[in-house]
Design a protein. Structure first.
Length: 284
């Protein structure tokens, strides 16, 4: 197992043990001869969906597909994880493509954060959709930061791909010149963004021991918004043609605030009414 990194082993262990645990539950249920309860069936479905999302996150984080498949297959055979298990020969990973995918999400996070700051300043609204938008930003940041850890992004690579100053400029540019009607349209588009998959992936990664590392992540958006509101910086300041001074102040302020690296219970597991099951050993 010398070729797997420590964080990759954590995810593979979680995948294998999840499959083994669920297979045990399924075998016990079938052996009982009793019709499964609705709660029992929902439990298996939720486990299956979270397992599938963890596998998707593993692939996004550069864990070879051969290893993911192997861990899941062993789990369905009731083989729990141990460090003596060998890993199959894996095809090379296109890490650059995976980093590009991550950077696209981080760019999207900057755009969403800029729209949030401008919309709430111009409209003065903190309505029912605000909590939804806040949660979207938090989930997108957290999942991106976790994938960065899994990919093995270091501080130099983070500075190269999404330096904080540049990220803040992207945020400011996303709202520059937007009318209130346009901002409102973008705001509701963010509120309606389906984050179910990313929420499940973030929860599953956290359960596997993969937590965000702020030193390689972009500024945490909620901390950015808080820092800007503390300085009473609105659309006329942050979103002007020369926002450098405000951006610098906000970045400095977020350094002491963007340290929420632990898993938070307020990111609740999603409910799946009829999930797409893709779990070895479990019949849909």
């Amino acid at each position: 197992m010398a070729n797997a990194t420590a964080v990759q082993k954590r995810v593979l262990k979680a995948l294998q043990n999840q499959a083994a645990d669920s297979q045990k539950l399924l075998t016990t249920q079938r052996a009982s001869g009793i019709e499964p309860t609705q709660d029992g069936t929902q439990n298996l479905h939720t486990r299956a969906t979270l397992h599938t999302e963890l596998a998707a996150a593993a692939l996004a984080g550069g864990v070879p597909a051969e290893w993911v498949d192997q861990a899941r297959e062993r789990g369905t055979k009731a083989i729990r994880w141990n460090t003596n298990l060998f890993l199959r020969r894996a095809a090379p990973i296109d890490r650059d493509a995976l980093v590009d995918d991550l950077r696209a999400d981080i760019d999207r996070l900057a755009r969403f954060t800029g729209i949030h700051a401008a919309y709430t300043h111009i409209t003065g609204r903190h309505d029912d959709t605000t909590a939804t938008v806040d949660q979207t930003l938090t989930t997108l940041w957290r999942r991106s930061a976790q994938i960065g850890v899994l990919l093995g992004i270091d501080t130099d690579q983070a500075r190269q791909h999404w330096p904080h100053q540049q990220w803040m400029k992207q945020a400011s540019a996303s709202a520059a010149g937007q009318t209130q009607a346009q901002l409102t349209q973008h705001w509701h588009a963010i509120a309606n963004t389906d984050m179910t998959s990313y929420t499940a992936q973030s929860i599953a990664l956290a359960a596997a021991g993969i937590t965000p590392n702020p030193t390689i992540a972009p500024p945490e958006p909620i901390a950015v918004l808080h820092a800007l509101s503390e300085r009473d910086v609105g659309a006329g300041g942050l979103f002007s043609d020369a926002p450098g001074a405000h951006i610098g102040a906000a970045v400095e302020a977020t350094r002491s605030q963007s340290a929420h690296t632990d898993y938070h219970a307020d990111i609740t597991p999603p409910m799946f009414s009829d999930p797409q099951i893709n779990y070895p050993g479990i019949d849909p």
